[in-house]
Design a protein around this ligand. Structure first.
Ligand code: SF4
Length: 386
């Protein structure tokens, strides 16, 4: 069946298009020789749209949509949160951050709690705002919490280059940046995770381009489809994934060409490559994944809060184990949620001890968090087997 992307992007007759797509999806499901088809939406924004629009409820029961680790706040380990809190508690520091990080609980506190207690924690909408804060407060150390995927890393890179150009010696970033294609490959290699196809994040793909996923698809033999953020985009991507699965093609298809190109944004890629280099990174609940992080290059190491203020960051932090649910003392099962080994309602604390007002883990805090999606939109229509 031939679908007209142009028609969708102009928002013409979407319900008729959705009906056609659903018919095609149902037909493909019947033809695919599997009892269950596991598709992972890697991105938390997709998870929320899937719930909000009701896509999950209308799909054939054979399709199981699994949520992945595509929320940068959710995959940030406890040790980083506690380090950021340690910096905020020090009167010599001003910490700047995106709002999602504020309520994420550390071992004994949160940035929000410290802010309420008098710590200078400032929410910014762009890392660039940190430049003026640094210039206006020369007697303080200003630290931006650089937590993100390829979507936001260029802004952190520009911040470092601007700090260099303005000769600001009191500005730092505390790095916890991660890369998506390598994480997808790590999920594909995980012995307990069984995924038949990946719904790939649209905004990350704007930066890195659709071709960036090809090595992971080739090695894992699992297809992927780059997907936009409207419900019709998601249905389109599911239809394309099922087509690839049926035809046994481990390829990458770009179903978001109105925004994403094959090669991505070269200018953004260049600024990332100039300031950052690949490193290993710890993922909350998953553990250390080789080659999935972005650390500052030697030339820019002087801007690394992790290097400069290591003793402050690590003060009082408990020794933490590695591996699944690494360093999670609270009983939060975010690690298993992020690997789609369990669904949030299977966590004993879901909607009781853990809720958006009193979150136990970041998956309940972030606007992209899986547990927050389940809590906000309910579980009606979800194919959960408790
Ligand atoms: S419901 Fe709360 S405690 Fe349970 S996995 Fe989600 S965030 Fe963690």
């Amino acid at each position: 069946m031939d679908f007209n992307l142009e028609q969708y992007s102009k928002k013409i007759n979407k319900s008729a298009a959705a009906a056609k797509l659903l018919e095609s999806i149902t037909g493909l499901c019947e033809k695919i020789d599997k009892d269950r088809i596991n598709l992972m939406e890697v991105c938390g924004t997709h998870t929320h749209e899937i719930f909000k629009s009701g896509v999950k409820a209308i799909l054939p029961k054979k399709i199981r949509l699994r949520s992945g680790p595509g929320c940068p706040v959710c995959v940030t380990p406890d040790s980083y949160i506690d380090g950021a809190i340690n910096l905020a508690k020090d009167k010599d520091f001003i910490v700047t951050t995106f709002g999602d990080m504020l309520k994420v609980p550390g071992a004994a506190s949160s940035l929000k709690a410290e802010q309420n207690a008098g710590a200078d924690v400032r929410v910014v909408y762009s890392p660039e705002e940190t430049l003026d804060i640094a210039a206006q407060n020369p007697d303080k150390n200003i630290v931006f919490l650089s937590v993100g995927f390829e979507t936001t890393v260029p802004a952190s890179a520009f911040l470092i280059k601007a700090a260099e150009a303005r000769n600001l010696s009191n500005l730092y970033i505390y790095e916890a940046n991660k890369t998506v294609p390598e994480a997808i490959l790590a999920i594909a290699r995980h012995p307990q995770v069984k995924i038949d196809g990946f719904i790939l994040p649209g905004h990350v793909s704007v930066i890195i381009g659709a071709n960036a996923y090809k090595p992971a698809a080739a090695e894992s033999k699992i297809p992927g489809v780059v997907c936009g953020f409207e419900y019709i985009d998601i249905l389109l991507a599911i239809n394309s994934l099922l087509t690839l699965i049926y035809e046994k093609k481990a390829e990458v298809v770009n179903d978001y060409p109105r925004v994403v190109t094959a090669e991505g944004n070269r200018a953004a890629q260049n600024v990332i490559a100039e300031v950052f280099e690949t490193c290993d990174a710890e993922w909350r609940g998953i553990g250390m994944l080789a080659g999935t992080g972005l650390g500052l290059r030697k030339k820019y190491k002087k801007y690394s809060a992790a290097e400069k203020f290591a003793s402050i960051i690590q003060a009082g932090q408990p020794a933490r184990a590695g591996g699944q649910n690494a360093g999670v003392e609270s009983g939060c099962r975010c690690g298993e949620v992020l690997l789609s080994l369990i669904e949030p309602p299977e966590c004993p604390m879901f909607a009781s001890a853990c809720n958006p007002v009193n979150p136990v883990g970041p998956c309940m805090v972030s606007s992209e968090g899986v547990c927050a999606a389940y809590y906000k939109y309910g579980t009606a229509g979800a194919d959960i087997e408790l």
